[in-house]
Design a protein around this ligand. Structure first.
Ligand code: COA
Length: 452
């Protein structure tokens, strides 16, 4: 398949941000001419994206694998990289415009190759093989570019992996599980070790400033299309409306946990990780889900079947500049609190950079929304279908409470509000789950007994 050695520069395996297409073949046919670089299929059924940032302008020279632009679908942000060496002749979209899969994104005047390079024919090794295989047999392997890359990096053939996602889609955890089986190792749920990030900068929480920018009063109404993550919110929340929600609230005394976190925070910080309360909330939820697996389940659209999920992929509602997104920490059931914190730091960094990908944003099985990190005491969280339960956490406040001797003490109180799909979960189950979750948080030492 690779005719000439020495032409390695185009053999570079497609990265997560490269769309796996056959453009390399057409590139060779078109060098020295103006090529329309089209937005190729990203997978996940995505047909349109919003152009969030251009990294090039007309007249810029680009090389293969240079970043061209950042686009955002309703599921993830993706950096589009060039498949050509050449000069950008035309950008087809302004910022915030919708770009469509299969339509031109930019025109690139490709560099003419020397005569000696004319007959070189090559395609990215693994992706080409995969595609040919798929097209000939007519069997499409469903997997995101990130999952394909993970498989490539570990020399795993996608055809040998059983996908646990919708329609047999291969998920990142399927690759990790496959690897774990091969090596006999228990792998962490995500590539935490690959990326060492500094801890996120602490937020300034001293005085909430109600208005940070002077309002611009135009006196005119403004209508604009809903895009990106907002569009996704329309879809999921409309689907969520069909679910009869059961609501349940309680208060949790976090006095002991607040002390414990103060002790552990500097130790985590010394290891480069910011330790907030969320990792404890997630771990306690996972320990609770082991006892009440129906809260970590999904139901099909007609509500005929229920699937109990093996993994606790706990979603975290995240407030970002692009809007509300819900990345999830994979396999919380096999993670330590420190590992959860590490992954949460990574997700927050990616979230604030607008770089969360499909791998992080799909596959959630249960959700926690810490709205209390912004403010508020109670909430009425809305289930994220096909999940069946969600919890919202209020702000932790110093309040007077009585101890067992009837004495008043200064307690750290947080309210939790659960919503559960009342078609499949009854109130007593939610209450029992909540009691267990609460007991782990009120007596954090209990968690030690049950940690794996
Ligand atoms: N009450 C009081 N303080 C809280 C708190 C709460 N419920 N939750 C977090 N904090 C504290 C943290 O401990 C941290 O304090 P520190 O600096 O002393 O360590 C500080 O607030 C900042 O925490 P944050 O960076 O927000 O981390 P986190 O792990 O607690 O939360 C997110 C991470 C992603 C959940 C949070 O940043 C976020 O986006 N929350 C909003 C969620 C939302 O919009 N929900 C509504 C969905 S409709």
């Amino acid at each position: 398949m690779f005719v000439k050695p020495g032409a390695a520069k185009v053999e570079k395996i497609a990265s997560e941000t490269h769309f796996l297409t056959s453009v390399v073949m057409s590139r060779l046919a078109l060098h020295g001419q103006i090529v329309q670089f089209k937005l190729s299929d990203i997978g996940e059924g995505i047909r349109e994206v919003t152009v969030k940032e251009w990294y090039v302008k007309e007249g810029d020279t680009v090389s293969q694998f240079d970043s061209i632009c950042e686009v955002q679908s309703d599921k993830a942000s993706v950096t589009i990289t060039s498949r050509y060496d050449g000069v950008i002749k035309k950008l087809y979209y302004n910022l915030d415009e919708i770009a469509y899969v299969g339509k031109p994104l930019v025109d690139i005047e490709t560099e003419a190759l020397k005569d000696s390079e004319e007959d070189v024919v090559e395609t990215p090794a693994v992706s080409h093989d995969e595609h040919t295989h798929q097209e000939i047999k007519g069997q499409k392997t469903l997997a995101t570019p990130a999952v394909r890359r993970l498989a490539m990096e570990n020399n795993i053939k996608l055809s040998e992996v059983v996908g646990s996602g919708k329609d047999g889609r291969i998920l990142k955890e399927d690759i990790l599980n496959y690897l774990a089986k091969q090596t006999g190792a228990i792998l962490p749920p995500s590539p935490k070790a690959e990326i060492v990030l500094p801890p996120p900068k602490p937020k300034d929480r001293t005085i909430p400033i109600p208005i940070s920018k002077p309002p611009v009063l135009t006196g005119k109404d403004r209508t604009e299309p809903l895009k990106g993550f907002h569009k996704a919110m329309v879809k999921t929340m409309t689907a969520a409306l069909k679910i009869p929600h059961f609501g349940y609230c309680d208060e949790v005394d976090l006095t002991e946990l607040v002390k414990l976190r103060e002790e552990l925070k500097p130790i985590a910080f010394a290891r480069g990780i910011k330790l907030s309360f969320m990792p404890f909330f997630l771990k306690a939820a996972s320990l609770g889900l082991l006892q009440f697996p129906i809260l970590n389940a999904s139901v099909d659209e007609d509500c005929q079947n229920i699937t109990y999920k093996a993994s606790h992929n706990i979603g975290i509602a995240m407030d970002t500049e692009q809007g509300l997104i819900v990345p999830n920490v994979k396999n919380v059931q096999i993670c330590s609190i420190f590992e959860i914190a590490t992954e949460l730091n990574r997700l927050q960094e990616l979230g604030s950079a607008g770089q969360l990908g499909t791998a992080e944003l799909t596959g959630g099985t249960f959700t926690l929304s810490n709205i209390g990190s912004i403010g508020g005491t109670y909430a009425k969280p809305v289930i994220l279908p096909p999940e069946v339960a969600i919890g919202a956490l209020g702000s932790i406040k110093s309040l007077p409470r009585f101890n067992q001797k009837g004495e008043v003490y200064k307690a750290q109180i947080m309210n939790v509000s659960w919503s559960a799909d009342h078609r499949v979960i009854d109130g007593a189950t939610v209450s029992r789950f909540s009691n267990l979750w609460k007991s782990y948080l009120e007596n954090p030492a209990f968690m030690l007994l049950d940690l794996k």
